[in-house]
Design a protein around this ligand. Structure first.
Ligand code: PMT
Length: 387
């Protein structure tokens, strides 16, 4: 880890790696410790986090760490560390360890746009890429000091997915095109108001990240939630149920599977008032009409595609999920409990059952959204195999 404001994201990355069973050993440059504490990583990983070449008398720390590592991830990586690695400079524990290491190296750059686009950095990145050093990101978005542009550290989930791929993780979805929807839809009432729901898009991002890491060609149709799409994944941004339907229908013929994690509005105002509805005009009457049911339409028109739906329920989760599986003509339904803390909308965890048309059900239980995404994609990969 090097010194950058994005260093806080590495705390989450270390947690993701640890949860996946990796033994995570942390090296921070002196500059990195100005942004995050070494103790945070010692506590989180269970291994002492290191900063100095000289902290373990009698041990050649950089050589031991370099030889023990199966992979090195530099996140965040400043322009400075990229330059040093490209030119073999080893003047602290991190650079000495990386120069000694022969394991795969993954770099997640984070810096201001000018530094990233500078010919010196471009040249250094090319040198490292020619030595098979892998890069993930940077992304475009908000940077330090309120600036905007390319240079933002990739999200921890994306770095994790790249690390999984580099570690030779499963590529069982290679060559499959998977259409994934996520987030809410907003149905306009007038130019300033809409009907919406509490979906953040996190469940869909977990699915898209995992599917892409396993080699799928992912098309991600994202409603106006609070999440950013996974970097590198082809994304179509939509607002309303009608727009989501149109985006899904356009790519449906080429898709091998569709996973509808989006919380699509069931109703929309029949009439959108062209100007802002004024309080002085009295209480407005809102007449609603149904939106297109995208999944039912896919269920009726599909040829070879696998169809996975989600069912958001506050009671009778499994029964209602099973009913939607039958009615919408689906292969799988993830029936999840909503309306409580720690599950469903906006949370990182979900209480869900996986219900299958072939009767192979997974009963209702708590999951992290990442684990749930993995389990759903395991089912999808298995269904591809038997078709
Ligand atoms: O986004 P998060 O904050 O991570 O939250 C995740 C989630 C709770 C939104 C997600 O896990 C979830 O449950 N998504 C489906 C919510 C929903 O719309 O449930 P439903 O029971 O109303 O719909 C059943 C299925 O039909 C869904 O796959 C839905 O995408 C689809 N549908 C619904 C209405 C509609 N007009 N068209 C559809 O295709």
């Amino acid at each position: 880890m090097t010194g950058g404001i994005a260093a806080y994201k590495s705390v989450h990355l270390a947690r993701l790696l640890g949860e996946a069973g990796a033994e995570v050993q942390t090296v921070l440059t002196a500059a990195a410790t100005r942004f995050v504490g070494a103790d945070t990583f010692s506590g989180l990983t269970g291994f002492p986090a290191h900063v100095s070449l000289w902290e373990q008398p009698g041990e050649v720390l950089h050589v031991r760490m370099a030889h023990e590592a199966d992979m090195a991830i530099v996140a965040p990586a400043t322009a400075n560390i990229i330059a040093k690695l490209a030119h073999g400079i080893a003047d602290d524990l991190l650079t000495a360890t990386l120069l000694e290491a022969r394991c795969p190296i993954l770099i997640a750059p984070a810096m201001h746009t000018g530094m990233w686009e500078h010919p010196a950095t471009r040249g250094n990145v090319s040198i490292l890429a020619s030595r098979d050093v892998r890069f993930v990101g940077p992304e475009s978005g908000s940077l330090a000091h309120g600036d905007e542009g390319v240079g933002r550290l990739a999200e921890p989930e994306a770095i994790f997915a790249a690390a999984t791929e580099l570690a030779g993780g499963r590529r069982d979805l290679e060559g499959r095109r998977i259409l994934i929807t996520a987030g809410p839809t907003h149905e306009p009432i007038d130019p300033v108001r809409f009907l919406g729901n509490r979906s953040s898009g996190k469940m869909g991002v977990a699915l898209a990240t995992e599917a892409a890491a396993r080699g799928a060609d992912v098309i991600f149709v994202l409603g106006p939630g609070t999440v950013s799409p996974p970097p590198g994944v082809q994304t179509v941004n939509v607002t309303t149920a009608q727009e989501m339907r149109d985006a899904v229908l356009e790519t449906f013929p080429e898709a091998d599977a569709v996973i509808m994690a989006a919380a699509v509005a069931d109703f929309r105002p029949k009439k959108v008032t062209p100007g802002k509805i004024k309080k002085e005009d009295g209480m407005p009457e809102l007449i609603l009409e149904p939106t297109p049911d995208i999944l039912s339409e896919l269920g009726r028109t599909r040829t070879r595609q696998l169809l996975v739906g989600f069912a958001a329920e506050t009671t009778g989760v499994e029964e209602a999920g099973r009913e939607k599986l039958r009615r919408k003509g689906l292969d799988l339904v993830v029936a999840n409990l909503v309306g409580q803390g720690g599950t469903g909308f906006g949370s990182d965890t979900n209480e869900a059952a996986i219900l299958s048309a072939d009767g192979e059900d997974e009963p209702l239980r708590p999951w992290t959204k990442r684990d749930l995404a993995q389990a759903v994609l395991d089912r999808v990969a298995a269904l591809f195999e038997i078709r």
